[in-house]
Design a binder for this molecule. Structure first.
Ligand code: B12
Ligand code: SF4
Length: 680
């Protein structure tokens, strides 16, 4: 689960319990695990993956022991334990906790809910799980997790649908006197829909701002063939816009937090109600009932251009839209059509162009290796990244997520039900499968495409926000399933991380534009030297925009010099500029520096440039402390060096984000080692 945002269901369950006059306590077991791991991300990821694995034995693990012992203390006195099984990945962990609860507090009633509780098992992947469960349970006839637990007397009851109504039935029987004064039902004048006071909000790893989850609809209007949302939410339902907006106003008042994340499958499932929501939010912001700082993010589906869509684009920003998450999945229109996702690359580019104009950000989700994906289809995804480059550079695309492998075959999804039609066969786990009409697409080929896709996206400067974590999950999948993978796919006969051959075929010409601000009274000159070309510019006093291009072949080192020469009559008198603005009267200042559409003026130029002065002996002692490299007081050369086997934008990303680059490098070493174990 995420450490950077809150899970919504506890806020809903808390309000429901408190509205009935009882006391509610929430333990975020995920956050607590992170704390027990001393906030070390590598240990935390390893342990999180361990506890999702049915074969893991927690008995001898000191971290897990400390974690469960802490949680045991908190649940000892509860009358009703509510376990939220978020997805199928949480089954083992939930089972482990249920056993713990039964031991620690045998009289408590245990309710299980969440989408993971309703997850059905019947594919091969789950035979493995069912075999393991057979050792534990007498009755394994049930096809879903909640029912399995219930039939084996592990729990008191389970949530069979997408709501939490069943809870009311059990709340009635609880002793009110145990709840304390604060939550006495008579004192409740205002019933809540959400209660966020039950979270330890300060403890989360907030990236920039704190945010709260919220919901405007249940279910989805689409039927993407890889997705099982419709099993849990067969009917699309939305919450009345006025009720939702009143809730938002109350929550902001209570928490002073004005950033929200809509947890809907899609915020724009119904265009009419979405346009109405945007209009009302924009009006409330304008009238001051909702503060100016109110922003939100959500999942969003692309649509073909229309007059209504253009109106919606214009309303997004005034209504507070900050970041919209779009399931693009692939760059092949053919595959997207097969997935039953009803939009094309052109629709996506049209939406992004509108977002770019309106100042709304997008986060794009992809996964490679759809069962029928040919190498040509995959190339279309790589080509799409090139077309997205400018939206990465101008900040419209704020993240690209490629998932932790490729296509996963989930029970009950439309593709699962129709798998015979395309010769798709389920394997021993969700990520292992075969497709008769596309036998070259093995799990190894899936991982090769996964890594090549992310390296290509980085080559074009697209921000891969969570790449290190996704690669950690790939490592864990490999390490925990070594025998299963070897049995199903065999040894690894090539290097899935070898991306150089492909990247060296990509475009390598970069356009640079710089505004040269000359404050001297004489004309200065700027000369650009690359290995093969020289460009000259005369810069009169004032602003001179200069443009040039350079070619940086992927496989070679490359150096570019920017030589700045002042007129021989120019004299820099250092003592005239005590505040360090040496350039302001007779020097040069470089501004608006772009490589392709990427603005590196404030972030990038400083890290990339080495500045050499023709006569450095003349520089004042404090020069380097107070002057940035864009300020040029005397004749000098600025050098850009790009290493071989690296694209310009990946290299820039590493310079700008040294910590993240180091983390990715470390994860890559582990990924390489994990692959080694599968080679002959
Ligand atoms: C946001 C989201 C995420 C975020 C979560 C962020 C966060 N901090 O919460 C992130 C990106 C981390 C995430 C991760 C994953 N997700 Co997700 N995610 C969602 C999404 C879109 C919304 C979840 C949500 O908040 N819903 C709204 C809340 C209110 O609903 P709810 O949690 O179900 O709770 C309600 C009821 O179930 C009930 N309830 C809940 N708990 C309990 C307990 C009791 C006792 C009772 C009585 C009732 C009850 O009450 C609530 C009120 O109505 C859902 C799809 C959807 N529309 O729900 C997918 C979804 C849950 N995710 C899914 C998947 C597959 C995953 C991942 C496995 C993806 C991956 N490969 O990594 C991981 C799993 C993480 C994990 N450890 O389990 C699937 C689950 C499929 C399944 N059958 O298990 C879903 C359904 C989407 C899909 N079909 O693809 N996800
Ligand atoms: S749009 Fe998203 S939630 Fe809806 S069916 Fe498709 S993948 Fe599932």
């Amino acid at each position: 689960m995420s450490l950077e945002e809150l899970t919504l269901s506890p806020a809903i369950l808390a309000a429901q319990v408190e509205n009935k006059g009882h006391y509610f306590k929430y333990i975020d077991t995920n956050l607590h695990l992170y704390q027990v791991c001393d906030k070390d991300k590598n240990t935390y990821h390893k342990k999180s993956n361990d506890i999702m694995n049915y074969k893991f034995n927690p008995e001898n693990d000191l971290v897990i022991k400390k974690w469960t012992s802490d949680i045991s203390k908190s649940i000892r006195d509860s009358d009703l334990l509510m376990i939220n099984v978020f997805s199928f990945l949480s089954h083992f962990c939930a089972l482990y906790f249920i056993e713990l609860c039964r031991n620690i507090n045998p009289t408590a009633q245990i309710l299980v809910g969440g989408i993971g509780a309703q997850k059905e098992f019947y594919n091969n992947a789950n035979k493995e799980i069912m075999n393991l469960l057979a050792e534990k349970f007498d009755n394994t006839s049930s096809i879903n997790f909640g029912e399995l637990l219930f039939n084996n007397n592990y729990i008191t009851d389970w949530q069979k649908d997408s709501g939490s109504d069943i809870l009311d039935q059990y709340l009635v029987n609880l002793y009110p006197e145990k709840t304390g004064d604060t939550f006495n039902i008579e004192n409740l004048s205002n019933k809540k829909e959400f209660d966020f006071s039950v979270y330890n909000i300060e403890e989360y790893e907030w990236k920039k701002h704190k945010s709260l989850p919220i919901l405007s609809s249940y279910g989805c209007v689409r039927k993407c063939s890889f997705c099982d949302v419709l099993i849990y939410f067969p009917k699309y339902k939305f919450i009345d816009n006025d009720i939702l907006i009143n809730n938002i106003i109350d929550i902001i008042d209570e928490t002073n937090i004005s950033k929200f994340i809509f947890m809907d499958s899609l915020i724009n499932g119904g265009l009419k109600i979405f346009e109405e929501l945007l209009t009302k939010l924009a009006n409330k912001k304008k009238s001051g009932e909702i503060p100016e700082t109110f922003t939100w993010s959500s999942t969003y589906i692309c649509r073909p251009p229309s007059i209504q869509l253009s109106r919606i684009h214009k309303l997004l920003k005034p209504a507070g839209a900050d970041n919209l998450v779009i399931g693009v999945e692939t760059g092949s229109d053919r595959i997207r059509y097969e997935m039953n996702k009803k939009h094309t690359n052109e629709d996506l580019l049209n939406e992004l162009s509108a977002f770019s104009n309106e100042g709304v950000k997008a986060n794009l989700l992809f996964f490679p290796a759809w069962p029928t994906e040919t190498i040509e289809d995959f190339s279309e995804t790589l080509n799409l990244y090139k077309n997205l480059e400018k939206y990465g550079h101008d900040g419209t695309i704020d993240g690209i997520n490629l998932g932790s492998g490729g296509f996963a075959l989930i029970d009950g999804t439309p593709i699962d039900k129709n798998k015979e039609e395309i010769g798709l066969e389920a394997g021993p786990t969700e990520f292992l499968w075969r497709c008769e009409q596309n036998m070259d697409l093995t799990y190894w080929e899936t991982l090769r495409r996964r890594i090549l896709a992310s390296e290509t996206a980085m080559y074009y400067g697209l921000p891969l926000t969570d790449e290190a974590n996704y690669r950690r999950t790939i490592i864990n999948n490999l390490e925990t399933n070594i025998d299963i993978i070897l049995n199903y796919v065999g040894n690894l006969l090539f290097d899935p991380m070898d991306v150089e051959k492909y990247l060296s075929t990509l475009h390598d010409v970069y356009q640079v534009s710089i505004d040269v601000v000359n404050s001297d009274q004489y004309t200065s000159s700027v000369q650009i030297n690359t290995d093969s070309e020289t460009f000259y510019f005369n810069c009169e006093p004032g602003i001179t925009p200069i443009n040039f291009s350079f070619t940086k072949p992927f496989g070679c080192d490359f150096q570019l010099d920017i030589q700045i020469k002042f007129d021989s009559r120019n004299e820099c008198i250092w003592s005239n500029h005590p505040n360090g603005e040496y350039y302001s009267e007779n020097g040069i200042y470089l501004d608006n520096i772009f490589i392709n559409e990427k603005n590196i003026t404030l972030d990038g130029f400083e890290q990339l440039s080495k500045q050499n002065f023709c006569n450095s002996a003349k520089l004042p002692l404090d020069f380097y402390e107070i002057v940035n490299k864009r300020c040029i007081p005397i004749n000098s050369t600025i050098t850009w060096n790009f290493p071989k086997n690296k694209g310009v934008f990946k290299f820039l990303w590493e310079l700008i984000n040294p910590e993240l680059a180091k983390e990715l490098e470390y994860v890559n070493i582990n990924l390489k080692n994990a692959f080694e174990k599968f080679k002959l």
